[in-house]
Design a protein around this ligand. Structure first.
Ligand code: PAF
Length: 282
């Protein structure tokens, strides 16, 4: 079922909630793929009803051409979901449903979660993400909302968002869905040619290498190795490789005992910017 307006969605959900059913939300920007499907399946393992929102959120793009080139095809998305799970509710709000007449990001205090990596290279991005999700949570009022660990920094930010805004929704992180060669599923992969898709596997190889090296090498040694792997592949331009402590997402040069560490990568393949991350010691 595809619902285009906020009021129609709320009417449908009111009936569902009155029946005592739980509602899960999977927020997306469309161009649905197997990664989204795995989030939706995850959501069904917790909730009776699943709403998938499709909204390309203008306030989270800090690059106009990225926003313009973002793949959009709601009919394809609806067909794809119908094939896999026809009872899913697809919510496709328009800009005024979300922002009324003021299409602007609110500013949030996400602390150190947004000081580095995506927060540093896409300034304002997480305020945009926070703004749209705050509004989507207000409209849908889901019991739980589901986010992929591929955007791990976003997942941490969203957990903080619901604390700051005191919204009554549980945020569930779901494992990254990958193709058979390890490449993380992403709507941006649709913009890559077949040969670029092969090259893109380097990101997973680099993260796996970092994980393998983690116990017996210094952070500096790991960083040098990964930077060199990318230097050997001229099609790629590495934007950052960072090893961070999971609890604050601040890049670190030393390893402390009893801490969880993650490695994060952002790299350009032509005009397409890809990101991924991996737990290193847990
Ligand atoms: O991860 C995404 O696709 C977007 O950032 C989200 C969570 C749908 C917010 O627009």
């Amino acid at each position: 079922m595809v619902i285009n307006s906020k009021t129609s969605l709320q009417e449908v959900l009111e009936i569902i909630k009155k029946e005592g059913k739980t509602v899960g939300l999977v927020p997306t920007m469309g161009a649905l793929h197997d990664g989204h499907l795995s989030l939706i399946n995850f959501a069904y393992s917790y909730c009776d009803t699943v709403v998938v929102s499709i909204f390309v959120n203008p306030t989270q793009f800090n690059n106009a051409s990225d926003l313009e080139k973002y793949p959009r095809n709601v009919n394809n998305d609806a067909g794809f979901l119908k094939q896999h799970n026809s009872k899913t509710i697809i919510f496709t709000p328009d800009v005024s449903d979300i922002y009324n007449d003021k299409v602007e990001a609110e500013s949030f205090d996400f602390g150190s979660y947004v000081d580095f990596m995506e927060g540093e290279f896409r300034v304002g991005h997480f305020d945009g993400v926070g703004s749209v999700l705050k509004r989507l949570f207000d409209i849908v009022k889901p019991d739980k909302a589901f986010f992929g660990e591929k955007d791990f920094q976003q997942l941490m930010v969203v957990k903080k968002l619901v604390k700051i805004t005191d919204q009554d929704v549980e945020i569930i992180g779901c494992p990254t869905s990958r193709n058979e060669f390890g490449l993380a599923q992403s709507s941006r992969n649709f913009r890559l040619t077949d040969s670029e898709l092969k090259v893109a596997e380097l990101i997973y190889k680099a993260l796996s290498k970092a994980k393998k090296m983690f116990d017996n090498n210094s952070i500096k040694e790991i960083e040098n190795e990964i930077v060199n792997m990318f230097k050997d592949e001229p099609a790629f331009e590495l934007e950052y490789f960072s090893i961070v402590k999971e609890n604050d997402l601040i890049p670190t040069k030393i390893k402390e005992p009893k801490q969880n560490y993650r490695a994060f990568i952002a790299a350009f393949l032509g005009e397409v910017r890809l990101i991924d991350n991996m737990a290193l010691n847990y």
